[in-house]
Design a protein around this ligand. Structure first.
Ligand SMILES: [Fe+2]
Length: 234
């Protein structure tokens, strides 16, 4: 039997992060109450994986969206580095101008009619997912004193049951905005932050067409990808 290795606290964002002003207004002041998981949470409702079309992993309208075309691909693993097949991975992001296709984004920046804004994919038998998208632009956070979020892609990972969902954000290597971003920096441990940064990967890219980035996701244990469950959200 493999011993479960929990993560150290500094590798996950704090619920109330000093650097991210909104968390002081939103974070619970009382400790979490752990609800026991019963059979109904574990057994259903389940997502019909067969209802996810491969086309939904293309956010670019067939490559027509403006911006730097890129492939985002990676493997989802558990705490023992076992690949997890059949996991639903959802991605959403701003377009190349840093504008979300969402009514809450009221900024005066152009929408791209060819950019879908979000997509989803189911991991294959080796736990791998893959999206065709564009590199998102940075965007300013309203009422924040000119804080701009670095380019990032939001990712949600659903387990086999509706109750098991984890959410994280992927960042780009070398972006100077990363280290002044209140959400990225809300993870205290530098090694853990590095697990939020994608790696350029030529084996993932499409020749003379799309840049490739690799981003593996670990759901539990010491190597866990920092997640937003209870911590700062975007
Ligand atoms: Fe965002």
């Amino acid at each position: 039997m493999v011993e479960y290795a929990p993560y150290p606290d500094a590798t996950q964002p704090a619920v109330n992060s000093e650097r991210y002003f909104r968390t002081s207004q939103l974070a619970p002041s009382q400790p979490f109450v752990e609800a026991p998981v019963t059979l109904s949470e574990i057994t259903g409702p389940l997502f019909p994986r067969e209802g996810v079309s491969p086309d939904e992993a293309d956010l670019t309208g067939g490559g027509k969206a403006l911006g730097q075309l890129m492939i985002l691909a990676g493997q989802v693993r558990d705490e023992d580095a076992r690949p997890l097949p059949g996991v639903l991975v959802e991605a959403w992001q701003a377009n190349a101008s840093g504008k979300y296709r969402h009514p809450v984004d009221g900024r005066d920046a152009p929408l791209d009619p060819n950019f879908v804004g979000g997509g989803r994919a189911v991991t294959d038998s080796e736990g791998r997912y893959r999206f065709l998208t564009i590199k998102p632009g940075a965007y300013p956070v309203p009422n924040s004193g000119n804080w701009w979020r670095p380019p990032h892609i939001h990712l949600s990972i659903y387990g086999y049951a509706f109750m098991s969902r984890m959410i994280t954000q992927m960042y780009f290597p070398g972006d100077p905005l990363n280290e002044i971003d209140s959400i990225f920096m809300s993870v205290p441990d530098a090694g853990a932050r590095s697990r939020l940064v994608a790696v350029p990967d030529t084996s993932v890219g499409l020749h003379e067409h799309a840049l490739g980035y690799g981003f593996d996701i670990v759901l539990r244990g010491r190597d866990q990808t920092p997640m937003e469950d209870g911590g700062p959200a975007a």
